[in-house]
Design a binder for this molecule. Structure first.
Ligand code: PEP
Ligand code: MG
Length: 591
């Protein structure tokens, strides 16, 4: 028995045979082309591109089931890369002017594109380099007339755990359908599209397991744990007993939770807690409904702006937001205005100056206010959906009251314009702010008269309060939502909102983490917004706790000054519902 380590990217365990997918060797012909060979080589690359596009089309046509739309989007993104005139022109140029063979030209294009993505600060965009590699791998496959990756992978996959450098999102669903039980990737990131899909498919995935390809052999029996990122090679009888125990627990949990889909979310002493869904992709909307979300608590509109050259106009945005509102069938929907910064804005064609420190730069509302035509188009698009269902407008990165006053004025102007133009929009709509910059939390009493509701963004609140980059894995230990400063800001924000009767939601990652549920309820929170797949877990906890008892523990939480005592209070809050959560692993930093 030995152990390989990685990071958990999709939860759960799987026991199966390792199936190694060695990185396909990029056979590159380095010799220069003769003048007379150029035309034939151009023809070869065009044919390879066409056949790669054809493969993607065929894949898309085969899609069915609940994730079809989501996967179709990834395939679409890959098709766009293959159709990109700059990409094609670059290849042609390398072949005709540089006299490179098609394989060498393709490799050069890949290397330079990968370098661009790797240099990006934003981990989400950086993880898009995988897309480039998958697409180019497909063209390479077509060039060398190998069978496509799909065909090789799909021969027989029952009971296998795929061990590979990366896996393309488009390959994930067919692999799952053919029996693959889980994934170990030597590279990959927890933010990649593949990881997101693996979570939706409930297939465990471990990423960053650098040694997996060199230390495993085809057919090795392995046990992977997508919670801890551990991979046990040749598990012992004890490991197997642990796995069977986990299986029984999951089966029981699933049975219990299935009953919770249509259940209310209410504490033992009768307080209703609202569980909303965070959404960014169409699939999230279906899941929000499936898991009985109370509505959409955070719709991240920037996903509409990524992976494209121009910003979407009013009409395109309107149609996307209207789909969302219609999809939620009358439940409230909170649409957040654009939260892009200099690090991401290039992809939406918003030519912005590079900034040395984008997280502290022109991001969120700061960007929107600097490009008023962009903000107007977005506000108009959102306002036009208010005729179709209850919609609230949420503004990110607010740090000063003047920003919210300006946004309110713009909303008013847009609403007047729209009414003059004859659009049916609601008489009244709520405008709220993300509280994610410490200044906003501290100055909230002065801001609250201008806000109809508040949403606490702990992902950023932690980063800005503690001066710890949320994307820097090196600082993982310091990124602590239970830091006393963070807890106080959360508690103060909730208290101000309760005093002034403003609804307050928390939409950072901790909202969906059952380790924090009791603590947040103790601090007075009654509205949570989270990844839809986490709603049932949180509902189960809420339904088993006594809010009044928890509220009594809030002062001791806020008076605790160091990690250890804070964790011991949080632990005693969790103790209330120990029978349910004893199997919920506490990450070491939270234990
Ligand atoms: C947050 O900052 O907590 C949040 C929900 O927003 P995002 O993760 O999109 O920055
Ligand atoms: Mg944020």
């Amino acid at each position: 028995r030995h152990l390989l380590e990685g990071s958990g990217a999709s939860r759960g365990m799987a026991l199966g045979r390792a199936r190694l997918e060695q990185p396909s060797r990029f056979l590159v012909d380095e010799t220069p082309l003769e003048q007379g060979e150029v035309a034939a080589e151009l023809e070869r690359i065009d044919q390879a591109l066409a056949s790669a596009r054809g493969e993607l089309r065929a894949l898309r046509d085969k899609l069915k089931g609940p994730l079809a739309r989501e996967v179709a989007e990834f395939i679409e993104a890959h098709s766009l890369i293959l159709a990109d005139p700059e990409f094609i022109h670059g290849l042609h140029d390398l072949i005709s002017t540089g006299r490179y063979h098609a394989s060498a030209a393709l490799k050069m294009q890949r290397d330079s594109l990968v370098a661009v993505f790797e240099a990006m600060e934003d981990p989400y965009l950086r993880s898009r380099r995988e897309d480039i590699e998958h697409v180019i791998g497909r063209v390479q496959g077509a060039l060398s007339r190998e069978s496509s990756i799909e065909e090789r992978k799909l021969a027989s996959r029952v009971g296998e755990i795929l061990v590979s450098d990366t896996v393309a999102p488009s390959e994930l669903v067919p692999l799952a359908e053919h029996g693959v039980l889980g994934f170990i990737l030597t590279a990959g990131s927890t933010l990649s599209h593949s990881a997101i899909l693996a979570r939706s498919l409930r297939l465990p995935m471990v990423v960053g397991s650098h040694q997996a390809l060199s230390h495993l052999q085809d057919g090795d029996l392995i046990l992977i744990d997508g919670d801890t990122g551990n991979v046990v090679v040749h598990p012992t009888a004890q490991d197997l007993a642990g796995y069977r125990h986990w299986q029984r627990e999951v089966a029981q949990q699933d049975k219990r939770r299935a009953r919770l889909r249509d259940a209310e979310t209410r504490t033992l002493d009768g307080t209703t807690i609202q569980l909303y869904a965070n959404a960014e992709m169409p699939g999230d909307i279906a899941n929000a409904r499936a898991y009985g979300a109370a509505g959409i608590g955070l719709y991240r509109t920037e996903f509409l702006f990524l992976q494209r050259k121009d910003a979407p106009g009013e009409e395109e945005q309107f149609l996307a937001y209207r789909d969302l509102v219609l999809g939620m069938g009358g439940q409230p929907v909170t649409i957040r205005t654009l939260d892009l910064g200099a690090d991401k804005a290039d992809s939406a064609g918003l030519a912005l100056e590079d900034e040395p420190n984008p997280a502290l730069g022109v991001r969120g509302v700061r960007l929107s206010l600097r490009i008023p035509q962009l903000m107007h188009a977005q506000l108009r698009a959102i306002l036009r959906t208010t005729g179709y269902g209850p919609v609230r407008i949420l503004v990110p990165m607010i740090s000063a009251v003047e920003e919210i006053i300006t946004v309110r004025r713009m909303v008013k102007e847009c609403a007047m314009q729209l009414r003059t133009e004859g659009h049916e929009i609601a008489d009244q709509f709520d405008i709220g702010a993300m509280i994610e910059v410490p200044a906003a939390a501290i100055a909230l009493p002065g801001m609250i008269p201008h806000l109809d509701f508040v949403s606490i963004g702990t992902n950023d609140l932690v980063q800005y309060t503690l001066a710890v980059d949320r994307n820097n894995n090196e600082l993982g230990d310091l990124y602590d939502p239970l830091h006393p400063a963070v807890l106080r800001l959360i508690a103060q924000t909730i208290a101000v909102c309760r005093r002034t009767r403003r609804p307050v939601t928390l939409c950072g990652e901790i909202a969906g983490d059952v380790n924090f549920t009791a603590m947040l309820i103790a601090l007075g929170l009654t509205e949570f917004s989270m990844h839809p797949g986490l709603i049932l877990e949180v509902r189960e906890i809420v339904n088993a706790i006594n809010r009044a008892e928890l509220r009594k523990l809030a002062p001791s939480l806020l008076h605790a000054t160091d990690r250890e005592s804070i964790r011991s209070v949080v632990q005693s809050m969790r103790a209330q519902f120990r029978p349910i959560v004893e199997n919920v692993a506490l990450a070491p930093s939270q234990a």
